[in-house]
Design a protein around this ligand. Structure first.
Ligand SMILES: Nc1nc2c(ncn2[C@@H]2O[C@H](COP(=O)(O)OP(=O)(O)OP(=O)(O)O)[C@@H](O)[C@H]2O)c(=O)[nH]1
Ligand SMILES: [Mg+2]
Length: 265
């Protein structure tokens, strides 16, 4: 995709605030570069003020020290869990728009301005990024890929939602979305849960993403977490009724026109 063909990003007056939320557990290898990869300057040129929130799960390495030295907001979340970390981050965030990243340089932080542009232009509540549309060689082994594809297929079948990458961890969300949902999972299953809620009850889209080779040690236990995520897809069918804080303007969902010109990044 030739990025130069994207519509000219016209700077708007500074009224928007973006919170970038990053969960960390022993990520001293990738945290500094991850923070530097966030295009804060470009965001402010486009009229967005931004904050970076690090939600640390009691790392035993220098993750917090590095993040504090770089002037980010570091929150210590003693309770374990990827989902738990995001729940705390969402509560702490001041932004009108919330963006999530891992602290391991795998996600394209450089594309945050374009994703925010798409969120606003299409009046969306939620965007998730498809890692498989542009994956760096060696970023994910075949075993992992098979597991991801299987989870995504089962999610599509169980919830009739069009998501190619059910486990992607880069989302761009409106405050309206975050304020109106209840998230149950404290673990990695939260990633599939938030997509099910977004695509079932809100205006959501999956856009092309990228996935780069990981820096630092993986925290995800491939088989254990994969199996837990699979079981959670079935279990969540009985939990989904509590997903949205009512009253929600239920005709919100109807008006999305996915057939309009595709917003490819
Ligand atoms: N605060 C907190 N962060 C966590 C916890 N578990 C994982 N993380 C962070 O959540 C992000 C995702 O975890 P990863 O190990 O990268 O999982 P993954 O992205 O599915 O696996 P890879 O594709 O190999 O990167 C990373 O930034 C981790 O440091 C936790 O219990 N608490
Ligand atoms: Mg990761």
């Amino acid at each position: 995709m030739d990025i130069s063909k994207l519509p000219q990003l016209i700077p708007t007056k500074p009224q928007k605030f973006v919170s970038i939320i990053i969960p960390t557990l022993n990520e001293e290898d990738g945290i500094e570069k991850t923070i530097r990869s966030i295009p804060k300057k470009r965001l402010s040129e486009l009229g967005y003020n931004s904050e970076i929130i690090i939600v640390d799960g009691k790392s035993t390495d220098l993750t917090r020290e590095i993040a504090e030295r770089m002037g980010t907001r570091v929150i210590l979340e003693k309770r374990r869990g990827y989902g738990r970390a995001f729940k705390t981050g969402f509560n702490e965030a001041k932004g009108d728009i919330l963006v999530t990243l891992d602290a391991d340089l795998t996600y394209p932080a450089e594309l945050i301005p374009e994703y925010i542009q798409a969120l606003n232009e299409k009046g969306l509540d939620f965007i998730t990024t498809n890692r498989f549309s542009k994956m760096q060689n060696g970023a994910m082994d075949a075993y992992h890929r098979f597991g991801n594809d299987l989870l995504s297929l089962i999610m599509r079948l169980l919830y009739s939602i069009e998501v190619r990458d059910s486990q992607s961890g880069m989302w761009i969300m409106s405050r309206n979305f975050i304020q109106n949902i209840n998230i149950v999972s404290d673990g990695f299953s939260m990633s599939e849960e938030i997509k099910i809620i977004a695509f079932t009850f809100f205006k959501a889209l999956e856009l092309d993403g990228r996935y780069y080779k990981r820096v630092g040690k993986v925290k995800l236990a491939t088989f254990g977490d994969g199996w837990r995520n699979l079981k959670y897809l079935f279990r969540y069918r009985s939990l989904i009724k509590g997903a949205v804080k009512l009253p929600l303007d239920l005709n919100q969902k109807e008006s999305i026109d996915v057939d309009a010109d595709p917003y490819v990044i």
